[in-house]
Write a protein that binds this ligand. Structure first.
Ligand code: PEP
Ligand code: MN
Length: 475
């Protein structure tokens, strides 16, 4: 392999730095989610190991995604991002990987059809193993005694079982996380390269699926009719020699995760031959969570220096002026394709909060891609203590966001979902009518409730209809 085209350079922590930034400069800033590893020597060993391992993604792929996001910022593409809230190492199984891929591909087909534009597909997987928690510890009553242990921070850090040995953060989990991410991404790449995702053949990814996951008769008919219509439209356009078809049907797949554990992210951050600056090579699109986006915090410091496109979650507490500052700080040169703002206000607050945010950022003039995450502002607990979300609230936040964007003359250019291709019962509502009572049937998420297969596809249809019905609007 020629050295100049491979991502083989070492972590050159002294090269390509911008100003006083380096892949380690975050260490001097506050990390509100910092993991307290008891064994520092073991942390150093894990980090050294990660530094020596090959990257999970390449700068070529990252730059390609950045240019596609830049096109989405101009209204020429739409971004679909989805996957588990917390991916588990055990999820690195062929059925789980293919079912997530299938649902994202099916949703993207529905969106390509409804929006009449290419969709950028981004999985929340192959590394979505680190979770922020509102409390660093968890207390449970066991045999009449109160017991406090570290919270579960995701499989990159510790285990779920409420036992001291399992909950104690173990740095070697970072190496295991890397290995499972590598196996996941390897299988996804092989499937995509092998033609599994060819939009001309949606039957590859739906046949066995309809048998195993519940979809209403109506939903199934709608999907089948739409995929037949799309396949024949594609053949027709190809017969006419339309070049754009290729762009519409070429399937790229990108990965993303919350870049929460900065030891893991920075260990895989390096310069590459013939390009400026550093790339975080654990994933294509890392994002900063709602809890770690402080301007002077460790995460913003790390993210400002990497060349990847970067996502930032924005909840109802996000102050418009502060967000404008964040945009400037993370993208001082106004580079197209660099910033994705993932807004998660919740159905109750989106009406009051989104408009001012859009106006402030729009006025500042730096390009951003606005994405709606209708999941994280809509989590609630049932009387039996289960976390759930309602499909109605999720759709309402999406619909309101589309309208508010239209009013402000900005554009909702993407969506971010927590979903699974399986038949879980974690969110309520949808055509199949999952009720609170049904939640016990198949509730298996490690943290937040996910849309199941039918709910995900249904939302893609609703969204697509909403966009179709308003497409002819001047704005
Ligand atoms: C998440 O995406 O799972 C998450 C924790 O999101 P947020 O940072 O928006 O709360
Ligand atoms: Mn979540």
């Amino acid at each position: 392999m020629r050295n100049d085209v491979s991502e083989t350079s070492q972590n050159t922590h002294d090269k390509g730095t911008s100003g006083d930034w380096s892949p380690e400069s975050w260490r001097t800033r506050l990390d509100p989610q910092q993991v307290l590893y008891p064994d520092r020597a073991a942390v150093d060993r894990a980090v050294m190991k990660l530094r020596s391992l090959p990257p999970l993604v390449t700068s070529f792929e990252i730059e390609k995604l950045k240019s596609q996001i830049a096109e989405a910022q101009q209204g020429k593409r739409f971004l679909l991002q989805g996957g588990d809230c917390a991916e588990r190492l055990d999820d690195c199984r062929p059925e789980h990987i293919t079912s997530r891929l299938k649902i994202l591909l099916q949703m993207s087909l529905v969106l390509v059809h409804g929006l009449n534009m290419p969709v950028i597909r981004v999985g929340r997987f192959a590394g979505q193993y680190a979770k922020p928690r509102s409390s660093l510890t968890e207390t449970r009553e066991i045999d009449g005694q109160s017991r406090t242990l570290p919270s579960y921070f995701g499989d990159l850090v510790n285990g779920e079982a409420f036992e001291e040995a399992v909950r104690t953060p173990d740095p070697h989990m970072m190496v295991r996380g890397y290995q499972h991410a590598a196996m996941t991404i390897n299988f996804v790449r092989a499937l995509i390269d092998g033609g599994f995702a060819d939009l001309h053949h949606p039957e590859y990814w739906d046949l066995s699926f309809f048998g195993s996951a519940a979809l209403s008769e109506d939903g199934r008919r709608m999907y089948e009719a739409m995929s037949r219509e799309l396949a024949s439209a594609l053949r027709f356009m190809e017969n006419l020699g339309e070049k754009a078809v290729d762009d519409l049907t070429r399937v790229d797949f990108f990965t993303s995760h919350e870049g929460l554990n900065l030891l893991y992210e920075s260990a895989q951050t390096r310069t590459v031959p013939r390009r400026e600056g550093h790339y975080d090579l654990t994933t294509h699109l890392p994002w900063i969570g709602e809890r770690t986006r402080a301007l002077d915090g460790a995460h913003v410091e790390f993210f400002r220096g990497i060349r990847n496109p970067v996502g930032v979650k924005l909840g109802p507490k996000a102050d418009p002026d502060e967000v404008v500052e964040l945009v400037r700080y993370l993208n001082p040169s106004g580079e197209p394709g660099r910033l994705v703002l993932i807004v998660r206000m919740g159905v109750e607050q989106v009406g009051q909060k989104l408009e001012r945010l859009l106006q402030a950022v729009d006025k500042a003039g730096s390009p951003v891609l606005w994405v709606c995450d209708p999941m994280h502002g809509n989590t609630r607990s049932t009387s039996s203590g289960r976390k759930t979300r309602s499909v109605d609230d999720i759709y309402s936040e999406l619909a309101q966001s589309i309208d508010i964007h239209r009013r402000v003359s900005t554009r909702m250019g993407g969506v971010h979902f927590e979903l699974t291709g399986e038949d879980v019962t974690e969110c309520v509502g949808g055509a199949a009518g999952v009720t609170e009572h049904d939640l016990e049937q198949n509730y298996s998420t490690a943290l937040d409730p996910r849309l199941n297969y039918a709910q995900s596809l249904e939302l893609a249809f609703l969204l697509s209809d909403r966009f179709r019905s308003t497409r002819k609007d001047p704005k």
